[in-house]
Design a protein around this ligand. Sequence first.
Ligand code: UN1
Length: 516
Amino acid sequence: MPAYAGMTRETSQFLGKCEDLTMSEQIKNFINGQWKPGSGASFESCDPANGELIGTANQSTPADVKEAIDSASAAFPAWKAIPQPKRAEIVYKVGDIFKRRKEEIAQLMSREMGKPIAEARGDTQEGVDMAYYIASEGRRAWGWTVPSELPNKRMYVERVPLGVCTLITPWNFPIAIPTWKTFPALVMGNTVVLKPAEDTPLLANKFAEILIEAGVPKGVFNVVHGSGGPISDALVTDPRVRMISFTGSSAVGAAIAGKAAPLHKRYSLEMGGKNPVVVMPDADMDLAIDAVLWCAFGTTGQRCTACSRLILVDPVGDSFVNKLKERATKLKLGHGADPTTQVAALINKKALDKVADYVRIGRDEDKAKLILGGERATDGALSKGNFFKPTLFDHVKQGMRIEQEEIFGPVLSIIRAKSYDEAIKVANGVKYGLSSSIFTRDVNVVNRFQTDIEAGLVYINAGTTGAEVSTPFGGHKATGNGHREGGPTVIEAYSELKSVFIDYSGQVQKAQIDNN
Ligand code: UN1
């Protein structure tokens, strides 16, 4: 067993073989300040690199979800009454605790989610950053005053909380993404029911522990575990749930929208990406290769922001591809806790099968050339985990399924374009629009790209990953539904507006009628 520096006694209790449940501890729901198991069947959280058991949890039932919503709903009036800067101070404290426990959380993440330890530290740091960022936003005045068209009349706008928010989060950023949603929800005075991915339940409970330690009152933050399917109605349609925030697949996002829209609920959806990097002939090629390796194969391609399409503009071509291939061949696969690991395991068997299926699809499509990888990595200890070799398809054509659909794995499609115009057509020719990047030294091309690209994130001379918490995060087209996480815009997602009119004229003033 690898040495996991920084592991606490508590987390070490979760070690054991997946087949041997005797050593595992139950991962419980957190409802109304109490830890209690979900009422449904048990499921396991396993280390994707070796199958070791991290813990067992229980599927929640609609009744469990109802109890969590009861708790969040009961806690709402008192939480909302706490002044916003005070709520923000609690979130600031959460940031301090995260900072103190960063190594412990990161070590656990490299086992439960599997990502390399440096990336796990980054994921946790994103939680720290979000806590401090949103806590500082909490001290600002959110409303604004508006000049009235009538005399002796004052108008202003203020923000008020929505109520209970259901947050449904993925496993790929098991700490960062729950923090992106929970912190602004809490600062704005909402209460929360978090439904984390069933692959990373223990990390969600660590998050809950930190919120408790920081002083979040009971009922304000609740966690229910399990797969969304059986409990999605309860999470979305309960009349007390005012807002649903979801990050994950487009299919699930559409299902949530289908349920929430007729009930007039607010929902913020953050879904797929098929993010392109365009390399122009005048680019710094070494920089572009470094960046592409990182944004295509970092996190094993399991980021919504990962680059999955590399568009090379003529005459950039074979020599770039050969160098990229040479470097990608050398990427070191291994357990996330090993600091030399560059590419970790995929999250689960289903993900492994999906990536393998897409490789088959790419090969069958016949026009693309598989030039690297394309199969599971099974050498030595890798055979125990969900490892897939970094994979390159060259000469991919626009419209092929591997060029259009989100694979969420270490598979990069290389597309050759004759000109900038053709590259932009390819870049925009997918349904998604999350991240994008161009490598060039030409200031005019930089400006054209910024204008032309249909994406929420635009990187110049940098890969497609690495958004910071203080900028709006989200995508155009089918990636989202117009809301943004991060930046001051996230405050908008978690608050409702009230326009207030104070007439101190002592008369009945009629807007639009008196004012002609
Ligand atoms: C995601 O993949 O869902 O910009 C989030 C990035 C990270 C967040 C990714 N800061 O790559």
